[in-house]
Design a protein around this ligand. Structure first.
Ligand code: NDP
Ligand code: 2IT
Length: 445
């Protein structure tokens, strides 16, 4: 079946799922050429089997808030593809969560995990529960109620969830506790666990660090690095924080960070001490980024806006999907941005991607650039299996080498005749081929 027909069919069968259609379209449009070289793939209708998740669990989560009100949320787990390993991918708690978003994330995760070189299939889960403004006790009760349904469908060799938006160490801990109680087993069923109970060193840092390792590989192809370069970062959560930390370590300057209410612009740069303030503000007090501008003089706070109108050398979107549209991309390019490396999943709209690629700037899609997080999750699974834990240096070295390998794979499959590296095509083709070959070998299942 032709790729365009597959997309039309998916839109007909699964209407009202725009994010899912968007992610599928991006992959299909870049792998078509490679796919057509393999008539055996088409005979096995590989493309449809790869686009439609293996299965989806959907359930009601009931919990009691601090005032005694009985509340309901929706819970989901999308098990997309396990051709190369157990389903693996994060859990997102955010008011916007729906099936379209989780299907796009699970689909992307399948290719991302394939790129990591580790044996992990793709999955994603979550809930429309918003941890914002909830007490610690409410978050715990919600996590327990969520796991009361989810536990039947996951396991260390079946499906291994982790964090994503709204799910960090606190939530993973609560979910792990409930899973352990229900199964009466201590296993490596979730990653991103606390260091005292099977978590890996560098897992909290891994997505942000990995993004910067990938960016440095891209910059190297232009004979440069991060020293003295200015960076725009969106978000102020897990990925944004450790992206900022690594930018600082590499000699770059961080001008912005944001949350869903607005962004701060610090012309002096967000240095180590100011980043510590943001980490405490966000992780401990669960405050708003606006408070940064109130705390430090000379900082601009722009309510209800994203940072892409500011001038800088590099953009590192680290908040959410579709946070850079065509106009934002044109503005970034007009301001002379030389590289965009995605910490978030699908932060650039298709139009924005076209703008970056037409301008021939370095542009890395999330499934390549943010694969460091799930890579260290994979390393956490390995450490849990062998019942050992590796040192910080050991994990960091492995992360660096994985990001380097992913960059090489993108260059191998994505270099165009004029020498420009299309990292989207490179990542999609490299990720796709491994999963496709595994599926072919395993028959029609
Ligand atoms: P966090 O919940 O720690 O932080 C998310 C940040 O993005 C917060 O600052 C949040 O602001 C902001 N944000 C969330 N939703 C929106 C929205 N709809 N509009 C504007 N801002 C928003 O999540 P992570 O840092 O873990 O995740 C960020 C991105 O990175 C996501 O796209 C995720 O899928 C991706 N990612 C995460 C990985 C991980 O290991 N955690 C791995 C790979 C990718 P506010 O506080 O106001 O909600
Ligand atoms: O999008 C992602 O890669 C993640 N949220 C991390 C998934 C994981 O299993 O560590």
């Amino acid at each position: 079946m032709k790729a365009t027909n597959v997309l039309e069919e998916l839109k007909r069968r699964f209407p009202n799922e725009p994010e899912y259609h968007q992610a599928v379209e991006e992959v299909l449009s870049t792998i078509e050429e490679e796919y057509n070289k393999h008539p055996e793939f088409d005979k096995a209708n590989l493309i449809e089997r790869l686009c439609i998740p293996d299965r989806i669990y959907q359930f009601r989560v009931t919990w009691v808030d601090d005032k005694g009100n009985v509340r309901t949320n929706m819970g989901y787990r999308v098990q997309h593809n396990n051709a190369i390993g157990p389903y693996k991918g994060g859990i997102r708690f955010h008011a916007s969560v729906n099936l379209s978003i989780l299907k796009f994330l699970a689909f992307e995760q399948t290719f991302k995990n394939s790129l990591t070189t580790l044996p992990m299939g793709g999955g994603k889960g979550g809930s429309d529960f918003s941890p914002r403004g909830k007490s610690n006790a409410e978050v715990m009760r919600f996590c327990q109620a969520f796991m009361l349904e989810l536990w039947r469908h996951i396991g260390p060799e079946t499906d291994v969830p982790a964090g994503d938006i709204g799910v960090g160490g606190r939530e993973v801990g609560f979910m792990f506790g409930m899973y352990k109680k229900l199964t009466r087993e201590f296993s490596g069923v979730l990653t991103g666990k606390g260091i005292e109970f099977g978590g890996s060193l560098i897992r909290p840092e891994a997505t942000g660090y990995g993004n910067i390792y990938f960016l440095l590989e891209m910059l190297k192809t232009k004979g440069t690095d991060l020293k003295g370069k200015t960076c725009l970062i969106s978000g102020s959560g897990n990925v944004a924080q450790y992206t900022a930390e690594k930018v600082l370590q590499m000699g770059g300057k961080v001008l912005t960070m944001s949350d869903s209410d607005g962004y701060v612009y610090d012309p002096e740069g967000i240095d180590r001490e100011k980043l510590d303030y943001i980490m405490e503000l966000k992780n401990l007090y669960r405050g708003r980024i606006r408070e940064y501008a109130e705390h430090y003089p000379g900082v601009k706070y722009v309510e209800g806006a994203r940072p892409w109108g500011e001038k800088a050398d590099i953009a590192l979107p680290s908040a959410t999907q579709n946070e850079i549209n065509g106009d934002d991309a044109r503005q970034l390019v007009a301001n002379g941005v030389m590289a965009v490396s995605e910490g978030a999943n699908m932060p650039s709209t298709p139009e924005a991607i076209r703008v970056f690629q037409d301008a021939k700037i370095l542009y890395a899609p999330g499934k390549a650039a943010n694969a460091g997080g799930v890579s260290v999750s994979g390393l956490e699974m390995t450490q849990n299996s062998i019942k050992l834990s590796w040192s910080q240096e050991e994990v960091d070295e492995k992360l660096k080498s994985i990001m380097k390998n992913i960059h090489e794979a993108c260059v191998k499959y994505g270099t165009e005749p004029d020498g420009y590296v299309n990292y989207v095509k490179g990542a999609n083709v490299a990720g796709f081929m491994k999963v496709a070959k595994a599926m072919m070998a395993q028959g029609i299942v």
